[in-house]
Write a protein that binds this ligand. Structure first.
Ligand code: HDE
Length: 715
């Protein structure tokens, strides 16, 4: 990849160094970065230079290996350090990928909050974002069907603010106390630790039936949101209800939204399944490559604000995390933009050691009584203690960019050295005094609470189906059919009839047609009666089609899309170069795929082209689109099953395919379906996302056009 995109990488390098010189967090991290070079000698951890780290000190004669000696402190240090390399993986969201970036506000939200990060439009706030899957362990695959974590740490001038969100705006449970149950039910079953990274098993669906408040969320998880094309093409949501307080002390409720400027796109299920084996790192590589190439992913940041006086105006409780706030009732106000523009320097010390806490908020931002959030505020700090130890906030990735001073002391691996006499307050020297609100202190919102201590959920929390119906009613027919197929797949993996038959019953509470379609696939009695009547309401902002670039008022783009150009000996060099040049100029990432990674000769001879990969080394699933130039290579390629499969599979996955000259025949053979049009002249024909031109010339721009269709075809 570096070779094909060298120019772009150099440009990206310049852009990144410009951005980074003004990034307080990356500047702060530099203090801990020690770059190994060929002139940095190898030493032990206690600093002594070493001459041999391959052979354990032993009592050997010249021709016979003798016993290893315990006295070899260098060998012992190396082995013992290695023995302790692992820390506990996260109990959920273990598998992740992260990057650094910046947050810029373009409209002040001073009317609702006093937080500097949301009011000062002149600031650039450094961020670190960690994406993750939820159920799989650290070594599982990226493309499994799952919810994705979207955790953002804002290193603000007033301290760290963490939004620990997901790519889906609601959650399975309303109360934190249920978290161990939902996670135990989703994780591998306890007797045999099967399946890995999947919700397609008895326990998960048993829980979904018995725990009705999860209904809305499982509909989202089974929709295409559960199989994103890229971390860069997902929305992020804070999910919980937080509060904002302005300078006059007026408080509002708020939900946080991040919307990708690339639009929201998904894989198709067959691709996800195959990619989990073919390229388990698909998403982390996609993120890393895009940033490396200078195609920086960007999200618009929005707030959905509910004034205190309107909190009881809705049929749902605004503190219930299993409910969205429909945009017709409370519109999303986009006020800023977040961009990721630097990859991590080292995975462990940054992506693995980053630690988020929902309880980390800054002045002007606060909590609500959302019972899920209240419990999360306890859990995250607690989990960091077991994962990273009591001084986890001193780790380079976690420490704030503003001053930190207090009377917390000691504990394992304390790094900070705080000189002086005082480690308590008040002290006779008035050292490290608390300050007032006007001096920047976080002051809790004075809220009157009159209540009974009891374990309950109030009436509105007990309504569990209305928004599941709203979601189903609001998505497109294509999304509905994918959702039906996804539930059918999952329940097919449940072998206990109690589980899948009861789930079909549950689906009747949403939509009878959906329940019947699923029953047909998975077995059990065929339902014939709708359960709860469907209210028939719809809302915007739930379907992925509401987040295509066009719907967001943006130009569709092929920037960072991966295009495979397939060639064999005898390919048409001028078509190849024209299309590859056009793709590169438009910001796409073209890769040449040939029969071997040795020079492939163009028609008419000349210098060969060395492909980036060979037909067997990659699969169509790893690319967004395919282009095949014309030439005499087609007669050979047509006979190669793997090549025909490349094209046919890409077509089956609704990808844009381009062919010029003789290649039109190959594409026709691989994916010709009744009614499909192919061009035999220089006229460009676009039929079912297959763009063909029989002659030379017009191809470059037409392929570009074809690629723009990716966004629609893949949603
Ligand atoms: Fe989490 N969650 N969670 N969660 N969560 C964790 O904290 C927890 C919930 C989310 O990239 C853990 O540091 C409870 C909702 C993300 O490091 C743990 C409850 C949402 C990440 C934890 C929830 C999330 C976590 C495990 C129910 C979306 C990964 C490791 C009240 C808004 C952050 C860790 C990263 C991680 C607890 C529910 C998102 C155990 C008790 C709702 C993105 O503390």
């Amino acid at each position: 990849m570096q070779s094909v995109m060298k120019g772009t990488v150099e440009k990206a390098g310049e852009a990144i160094s410009g951005i980074m010189s003004s990034n307080k967090k990356t500047a702060d991290m530099k203090m801990n970065i020690v770059e190994p070079t060929s002139s940095t000698p190898l030493t032990s951890d206690f600093g002594v230079k070493q001459h041999d780290t391959d052979n354990w000190l032993s009592a050997s004669t010249g021709d016979r290996q003798g016993p290893a000696l315990l006295e070899d402190n260098f060998a012992r240090e190396k082995i013992m350090k290695f023995d302790h390399e692992r820390i506990p993986e996260r109990v959920v969201h273990a598998r992740g990928a992260g990057a650094f970036g910046t947050f810029k506000l373009y409209e002040s939200a001073a009317d609702v909050t006093s937080a500097g990060v949301l009011t000062d439009t002149s600031r650039t706030t450094p961020v670190f974002l960690r994406f993750s899957t939820v159920l799989g362990s650290r070594g599982s695959a990226d493309t499994v069907r799952d919810v994705r974590g979207f955790a953002v740490k804002f290193y603000t001038d007033e301290g760290n603010w963490d939004i620990v969100g997901n790519d889906i705006p609601v959650f399975f449970i309303q109360d934190a106390m249920k978290f161990p149950d939902i996670i135990h039910a989703g994780k591998p079953e306890p007797d045999n630790e099967v399946p890995t990274a999947q919700s397609a098993h008895n326990n998960f669906w048993d829980f979904q039936y018995l725990h009705t408040e999860a209904t809305h969320m499982f509909m989202w998880a089974m929709s295409d949101r559960g199989i994103p094309r890229s971390y860069r093409m997902m929305q992020g949501f804070g999910v919980n209800t937080f509060t904002l307080t302005n300078a006059d002390g007026k408080r509002s409720f708020v939900k946080f939204h991040f919307t990708p400027t690339l639009g929201v796109h998904s894989l198709v299920w067959d691709e996800s399944l195959k990619l989990a084996g073919q390229d388990p790192d698909y998403h982390r590589k996609d993120l890393y490559t895009a940033i490396d190439m200078g195609a920086f992913p960007t999200w618009k940041f929005g707030i959905q604000v509910c004034p205190e006086e309107r909190q009881d105006d809705f049929e749902f409780d605004i503190l219930d995390a299993t409910k969205v706030w429909p945009e017709e009732l409370l519109p999303v106000r986009y006020i800023g933009e977040m961009q990721l523009n630097k990859n991590v320097d080292e995975y462990f010390t940054q992506t693995e050691q980053v630690a988020f806490c929902t309880s980390h908020v800054v002045p002007g931002i606060g909590f609500s009584d959302d019972p899920l959030l209240q419990g999360r505020n306890f859990s995250y700090f607690d989990t960091q203690l077991s994962r990273l130890g009591v001084n986890w906030q001193e780790l380079p990735i976690n420490r704030p960019v503003c001053p930190v001073m207090n009377n917390h002391r000691d504990g394992a691996l304390r790094h900070k050295i705080t000189p002086g006499k005082y480690n308590y307050w008040p002290n006779r020297g008035s050292v490290a005094p608390p300050v007032t609100k006007s001096e920047g202190a976080y002051v809790d919102y004075p809220e009157k609470v009159v209540a009974m201590k009891q374990r309950l959920k109030t009436a509105k929390f007990k309504e569990h189906f209305s928004q599941a119906q709203l979601f189903y009613n609001s998505i497109s027919e294509v999304e509905k059919s994918h959702l039906t197929a996804a539930i059918s797949f999952e329940l097919d993996h449940c072998d206990d009839p109690v589980v899948y038959e009861r789930m079909v019953e549950r689906l009747c509470d949403i939509d009878l047609g959906l329940a019947q379609a699923v029953a047909e696939q998975v077995g059990g009695p065929m339902p014939n009666k709708q359960g709860r009547p469907n209210h028939g309401l719809t809302t915007k902002g739930l379907s992925q089609f509401d987040f295509t670039p066009e719907a967001l008022g943006l130009e569709p783009t092929i920037v960072s899309r991966m295009v495979a150009i397939i060639i064999g000996d005898g390919f048409n060099l001028s078509e190849y170069e024209a299309v590859k040049g056009a793709l590169t100029a438009a910001g796409a990432f073209p890769f040449t795929i040939g029969p071997k990674r040795q020079p492939v000769m163009p028609a008419g001879g000349g210098k060969g082209v060395s492909p980036d990969h060979h037909f067997e080394g990659m699969r169509s699933t790893m690319f967004d689109s395919i282009y095949i130039p014309g030439g005499s290579h087609i007669s050979t390629l047509k006979k190669q099953g793997r090549v025909v499969h490349w094209v046919r599979e890409a077509f089956g996955h609704c990808k844009a395919i381009g062919a010029t000259g003789e290649a039109v025949e190959l594409v026709q053979m691989a994916c010709g379906i009744e009614g499909m049009q192919f061009s035999t002249s220089s006229e460009v024909v676009d039929s079912y996302g297959v763009v063909t031109a029989g002659g030379l010339g017009a191809s470059a721009s037409s392929i570009e056009e074809g690629l723009k269709m990716i966004k629609g075809a893949k949603s």
